[in-house]
Design a protein around this ligand. Sequence first.
Ligand SMILES: NC(=O)c1ccc[n+]([C@@H]2O[C@H](COP(=O)([O-])OP(=O)(O)OC[C@H]3O[C@@H](n4cnc5c(N)ncnc54)[C@H](O)[C@@H]3O)[C@@H](O)[C@H]2O)c1
Ligand SMILES: O=CCC[C@H](NC(=O)CCC(=O)O)C(=O)O
Length: 489
Amino acid sequence: MSSGWLYINGARQMGSGAEFVSLDPATADAVWEGNAASSSDVQRAVDAARAALPAWAALPFAEREAVTRRFAEQLSAHQEPLAKIISQETGKPLWETRTEVATMIGKIELSVRANRERTGERDTESGGVRQMLRHRPHGVVAVFGPYNFPGHLPNGHIVPALLAGNCVIFKPSELTPRVAEETVMLWEAAGIPPGVLQLLQGERATGEALAQHADLDGLFFTGSSRTGLLLQQQFAAHPGKILALEMGGNNPLVVGDIERVAPAVYDIIQSAYLSSGQRCTCARRLYVPRGHAGDALVDALLAAIGRIKVGAPDADPQPFMGPLISVRAADQMLAAQTQLIALGAEPLAAMKRLPWGAAYLTPALLDVTAIEHLPDEEYFGPLLQLVRYDTFDQALRLANRTRYGLSAALLSDSADQWAQFAATIRAGIINWNRQTTGASGAAPFGGVGQSGNHRPSAYYAADYCAYPVAMMASERSELPAQLTPGIEL
Ligand SMILES: NC(=O)c1ccc[n+]([C@@H]2O[C@H](COP(=O)([O-])OP(=O)(O)OC[C@H]3O[C@@H](n4cnc5c(N)ncnc54)[C@H](O)[C@@H]3O)[C@@H](O)[C@H]2O)c1
Ligand SMILES: O=CCC[C@H](NC(=O)CCC(=O)O)C(=O)O
């Protein structure tokens, strides 16, 4: 177990707030134990960031880029230990956390490219006037991370923010402090200057103290819509601060006209149960036509669900699904299932707790067709709701019946159905014959409705990390050939 620290002004130090612990969800062993950052720790971190900002922002881009590239080297050198730590603290199988670390490494190159392409410089001249486009960092920004990708998703804010010249205060999820600590150690080894990247561990109180700090210039958040909406309300009084919200989804997956059942079943499983259903892009609602073709698909899906391997994250051979992040999260999923059944859902495959740990659940498929008012909730776990439909138009209408709008996918052999789907569905990520999960870091990543605030991340993260400055410049002041009417000199 690691004895936890904060990282303020280039030094590791104990927090002076409340004690908290992070547990391995597979074994319930403590993984990290330490003290949260108190409001005075938050104050010291903000002061150190403010002091470090002028020098960091003034560095040539190439020098900031060099630090991020050294961080990528550190990640490569520590790929396997970091994957093991992520697996231990989240319960995700090792095969999956290895891809998470690989994605973190890939993020550096993508972010350098995105910075140049989306927030680079432009110089033109017209009639003796130079026109220049520059981008400036916002200043001191906070990054709040979720537990489900404790390495990759905060990294997706931190790397572009640092490249743009901001100083970052990182507040990871209280469920994954150990991963954050390890990541910051790699930044330290990469030579990040004191005050430029700091780590404040803690629960909600630390998050609130940081989010509400008067000297913060912005906050980049990935997490639940519930927390995101609270932050949105707090920031409403501060239009000068930048707020980027990447939030949840209640994502639909529609099955149209298909001939081959097996690839569709595979895509459904990858959509609904990947990461034990703990991805913001996971499909939560599955629309399948009534009739023989739909029945055959549901039968094949049920058979495949029954064969999904759930097991210890480090087991050999590897399972597809590990435990959920915590016993509490598993309890909440079981409660959601009970509630849906009480509303009229038919459990085709009921979610069950597995005997080898209270956070382990089997994947569920509930037929919710009979529920007239289906709750528009994100159930963040391995629970897929099946709706049988009569017409494709009806399926699209139902799919759009959500306040969220993150991801959506269509499984269909029909190009006409795809054209209709792509034109009708309201979401930031829309796929055809591909799973709803596994979005590309080389594209913008964000959603509409309560999934975000129109500041998409991934390739477009560069946009919210800097603001544009348009300049027009002449070497000296000149009188125009003709004065504006009404002026005499
Ligand atoms: N759209 C995306 O890119 C994306 C990606 C991953 C996860 N998510 C969403 O994240 C959720 C799962 O993550 P989670 O449970 O860690 O989210 P969460 O909202 O509980 O926590 C996210 C962060 O906010 C902090 N926080 C919580 N309450 C706070 C408050 N009142 N004030 C300030 N900070 C506070 C937490 O400590 C944590 O660091 C799901 O809803 C999922 O869909 C979205
Ligand atoms: O849980 C939410 C993120 C899921 C993941 N999305 C990305 O990785 C976006 C790309 C990026 O940020 O680089 C997914 O779609 O599975």
